[in-house]
Ligand binder design. Structure first.
Ligand code: CDP
Length: 784
């Protein structure tokens, strides 16, 4: 149980308004593009129009003659400094600027630097590049066929195959399938999509020749990791690099990798000795930076005749594009995809993934998910529905029958994860009740009699967030702990600095609430600062809903260290022994004599003015928190859809989301996170696809083709919660930011398939556009 603080203190559980919003709603945010430095110049990329072509020549003469142009950097120039290629976060390498050939449309070919951004863009048009087109590979299924063009000539392996990864017991799983009386399978594509954050990627690189210090203002979700990688790859001493991530307008995984534009801006600043700004356009962002998903998956479930699941077998083809630039922990080539047994008590299971190269933009980033969990949750929740339909069982009852039970936690999955806690039936029951499930099923029967199409889709997902235990998780070798530093000033106010970096999640508010809860210093008296590597303690950054499980925990631990010291000071002030003192939020008092007390503010003042002998002055602490396990939030989402037979349009009539992220710091922020993630899930289910034609021309490279949901398409979200605290987290919290993106796509798709199931429809791939649905209706003879 969390002790409730007063609203004035504003500790955990208070829905206090976000501190950061005051500057955002006044238009006073400070984003990378708001950084203007004296003498700053601008970079612009020349990009390839072809998906696969040999570079015959690059002529920069005309471009150089344009007044205002300062430099043009090509791959050949970078090669001289050994910088034409850079390592990706997943042990592959990636061209910074093309040498030899290009491997995807919009690949970076040259970097033009000019006095203003318009001249840079104009000069980029004048760079003459001669290409010789090569055969293009866009279909990952064809990547390993004998006649497929070999894309990566730089590799020793003359193949487009990147990796094979498997987990589980193949033989035992196969045996269970041989003996099983009931089997069902689904082939589902988690399509290539893009996080499309409101702010695109960019940087200002500022090398000061006098101090030899490089400051990079960067759209970075992981500033410290980026500093270390700049040092390792660029050979600049790490103490001479400062990475500053100011306000970030959404990241969703897109701002984890290092992009060629950053490297070129740094090289240009080192060369010219002036600050160089490079900001992507929207199309550059969609066409060339980290895409997400592109998983082509098959799941098979073996079950008893009475509907008890036995075994799960999963086979997946992962399209990584031209370079394997997945931002994933080292040990997991397919991320945490092996949580694909979901919320269900499977016996033997087996999961295998093969990664391949194609002529598409590189990436494989964790778009608002904990490294491929979105794909896994979508697959299992689809497969469970397919099997329930096969057995003619109600999908809610089928889930209930197969859930891991509360008394089975900590629960070891057959694919190796240990879930910390859960109560899946609790969340399901609440969601069923909120939506009025029984009545809806009755309504569906009546509607079908009238040939009206209505569907109900359920998703009871489990997430795995908080990477991670350092023994298992690292990014490019750096262990995945995270940090917090708290300094209490003499007047009892405080500043906190973290290794994480908010991109809109409200950290400036919620970390302050944790301090308020632990120390009794009002949240309004606590400033939270992230994103400056010169001041914040080292950390791995924010993605994969890891901030609360890691830096949130570190904040509580650092506060507790401060409390331990505060107790010594209080004993000195009250002239008693520490053993005689008790803590009540915000003050120590003498046991049995509550009027003899010292508030945290009085203690803070004494820490600088009246220190007991033998104790250091000051009141501050730092904590590097290495979580013992991931946290496992979960939930049940239920979606109700109506389908217009004339147009194939799907209308989401209702959507209930019941989430369980353990103890909640700020319920209003959590609700905001859920609303945003559900809206992104809706977009993926119904609207978004980064597609390519057979020549590798990207089809989703603008907001004309890659649709962003507006208030018009977005339904009213109904939220609820249950609370199953994490047993190992210092204040029982689990991460939550990604749950709605992870859990919702299956609920939408299950609802559409449910609406059409009586017509024999078993699956429709996302995005479920009206055109796709209309064609299904046509095929089934419902429209002429
Ligand atoms: O790493 P990221 O911030 O994206 O994800 P998170 O840890 O799930 O947190 C998202 C936001 O929700 C943060 O502001 C958290 O402090 C807040 N949150 C909360 O109030 N209670 C929880 N149990 C989990 C997150």
């Amino acid at each position: 149980m969390i002790t409730k603080t007063s609203p004035e203190v504003g500790g955990m559980g208070h829905p206090i308004k976000r501190k950061e919003d005051s500057r955002f709603i006044q238009g006073k945010g400070n984003y990378v593009d708001d950084v203007h430095l004296p003498g700053m110049v601008y970079g612009h990329m020349v990009r390839s129009p072809y998906a696969h072509a040999r570079l015959k020549s690059i002529n920069t003469e005309k471009a150089k003659q344009l007044p205002g142009v300062l430099a043009i950097i090509t791959g050949e120039d970078l090669a001289k400094a050994n910088l034409a290629w850079m390592p990706t976060l997943f042990f592959d390498k990636q061209m910074v600027l093309a040498t030899g050939k290009v491997l995807f449309q919009a690949q970076e070919v040259a970097f033009v630097v000019a006095e203003d951004q318009y001249t840079a863009a104009d000069a980029a048009e004048l760079v003459e590049v001669e290409y010789e087109e090569l055969p293009v590979l866009v279909d990952p299924h064809k990547a390993t066929e004998p006649d497929a063009p070999i894309l990566r000539e730089d590799r020793e392996e003359k193949s487009n195959h990147i990796f094979h990864w498997e987990v589980g017991d193949r033989a035992a799983t196969d045996k269970d399938f041989q003996n099983a009386p009931v089997k069902a399978s689904v082939h589902a594509i988690s399509q290539r999509c893009h996080p499309a954050p409101l702010e695109t990627c960019g940087c200002v690189a500022d090398f000061n020749k006098a101090t030899e210090r490089l400051t990079v203002y960067l759209t970075s979700q992981a500033p410290h990791a980026h500093r270390t990688l700049f040092a390792l790859v660029g050979g600049i001493p790490e103490q001479n690099i400062r990475v500053v991530s100011p306000d970030i307008g959404g990241g969703f995984g897109n701002k984890v990798p290092i992009y060629p534009g950053y490297v070129c801006a740094v090289v240009a600043s080192l060369t010219l000795g002036v600050p160089v700004k490079w900001i992507e356009t929207r199309s550059e962002n969609l066409q060339s930076t980290g895409f997400a998903r592109d998983y082509h998956m098959t799941a098979e479930i073996a079950a008893d005749r009475d509907g008890k699941v036995k075994a799960l077998r999963v086979k997946t083809l992962a399209d990584h594009g031209a370079f394997n630039a997945a931002a994933q922990p080292t040990k997991f080539p397919a991320g945490l995809f092996s949580v694909c047994t979901g919320s269900y008590d499977f016996g033997n299971s087996f999961c295998e993934v093969d990664g391949v190269y194609t002529n598409k933009a590189p990436g494989g980033i964790a778009y608002r998910c904990s490294f491929r969990i979105t794909e896994a949750a979508y697959l299992i929740e689809r497969a469970i529905d397919v099997l329930a339909a096969e057995l003619k069982m109600d999908p809610a009852e089928f889930r209930r029958k197969n859930f891991i039970q509360p008394d089975q936690f900590p629960y070891k999955t057959p694919l190796g994860w240990t879930y910390d806690s859960g109560n899946y039936e609790g969340a399901l029951n609440k969601a069923l009740e909120m939506i009025g499930y029984k009545e809806l099923r009755k309504e569906q029967v009546e509607k079908r009699k009238k040939s009206e199409l209505m569907g109900i889709g359920i998703s009871s997902f489990t997430e795995a967030v908080g990477a991670g235990p350092a023994h298992t998780f690292d990014i490019a070798g750096i262990k995945m702990f995270d940090s917090a530093e708290i300094r209490v000033h003499p007047t009892g106010k405080a500043i906190c600095r973290m290794g994480t970096k908010s991109q809109g999640q409200g950290h400036e508010t919620t970390y302050a609430q944790i301090v308020a809860q632990e120390l009794g210093i009002p949240a309004s008296d606590v400033i939270v600062e992230e994103g400056d590597t010169d001041t914040a303690p080292y950390g791995l950054g924010t993605y994969a809903s890891r901030s609360t499980p890691t830096s949130g925990a570190a904040t509580a631990m650092a506060a507790r260290k401060i409390r331990d010291k505060a107790k010594k000071i209080a004993a000195h002030l009250l002239e008693c022994s520490e053993a005689d003192l008790e803590w009540e939020i915000g003050k120590f008092f003498v046991k049995g004599a509550p009027s003899k007390s010292k508030t945290i503010q009085e203690i803070a003042f004494a820490a600088y003015t009246n220190i007991p002998e033998g104790l250091e002055a000051g009141l501050e602490a730092v904590d590097y928190y290495d979580p013992p396990n991931l946290t496992f939030p979960f939930g049940t989402y239920i979606c109700v859809v109506d389908i217009d037979k004339g147009t194939g349009e799907v209308k989401v009539r209702r959507f209930v989301a019941v989430d369980d992220c353990g103890n909640v710091i700020n319920p209003m922020i959590v609700e905001g996170q859920i609303h945003g993630g559900l809206t992104e899930g809706l977009a993926i289910a119904f609207m978004q696809l980064i597609d390519y034609d057979e020549n590798g021309n990207v089809q989703g490279g603008t907001f004309m083709d890659y649709l962003i949901p507006t208030a018009v398409e977005t339904p009213h979200w109904e939220t609820g919660s249950t609370c199953t605290p994490s047993p190992h987290h210092p204040f029982g919290a689990k991460g939550v930011g990604e749950s709605p993106n992870v859990g919702s796509p299956a609920a939408f798709v299950n609802a559409v398939v449910d609406a059409l199931s009586h017509l024999g429809v078993k699956h429709i791939d996302m995005p479920i556009t009206p055109w796709k649905v209309w064609n299904v209706l046509k095929e089934k003879g419902l429209v002429s």
